[in-house]
Design a protein around this ligand. Sequence first.
Ligand SMILES: CC(C)(COP(=O)(O)OP(=O)(O)OC[C@H]1O[C@@H](n2cnc3c(N)ncnc32)[C@H](O)[C@@H]1OP(=O)(O)O)[C@@H](O)C(=O)NCCC(=O)NCCS
Length: 183
Amino acid sequence: MLEGNLVRLRAMEPEDLEDALRWVNDREVTLWLTSLRYPMARKDEQKWLDGAPANSFADGVRLAIETKDGKHIGGINLHRTNPEDRKAGLGIMIGEKDHWSNGYGTDAVLTLLKLAFDEMNLHRVWLQVFPDNERAIACYLKCGFREEGRLRQEVFQDGRYYDVIVMGVLKDEFGALQNSEPE
Ligand SMILES: CC(C)(COP(=O)(O)OP(=O)(O)OC[C@H]1O[C@@H](n2cnc3c(N)ncnc32)[C@H](O)[C@@H]1OP(=O)(O)O)[C@@H](O)C(=O)NCCC(=O)NCCS
């Protein structure tokens, strides 16, 4: 269990299925993600849950996000971990929409970055985000990410192509951010 200020990140459990299934079938949630576009059947979501990594460098990390009073509100992960380059991709989804813009995403990302840099000894964490996902971009900037580039017309969705922004944060940059914050 990883403790943030507002959230806990914990291993995924079989009882997380119902929430996860609801979130991945909510288009208001998935339209912000660059990869989820089809309705998800229970058996496929179950397969996804069953295939959750054991949380290791080799397999990646997939964790549930809970508020401090134990409400399951989303998930966060590190994927495509690479031992030579010491890098990984980060993904996050807060599925409970009434919990958006309350600081939970920022706290979850900061908590996962502590694991990434201080425990897994990663050097760089990257992510992809749609340019109009202003909430997400604001969250990532607060966590030390910088815009690194733009993949032009990377995703076809809703009848048109969308650019995708690549953001990244280096270990030193995260360390500097942590040191600059008041105790
Ligand atoms: C993106 C996401 C993880 C952010 O988590 P969150 O808990 O909602 O965000 P936070 O409250 O920590 O931070 C968001 C910041 O953006 C600000 N914000 C919200 N809407 C905004 C907008 N339209 N324009 C600019 N800033 C905005 C908030 O005010 C907040 O900043 P503040 O704390 O300085 O006030 C979450 O909203 C989510 O999962 N959304 C759906 C799926 C998604 O977009 N995933 C990410 C894909 S890359």
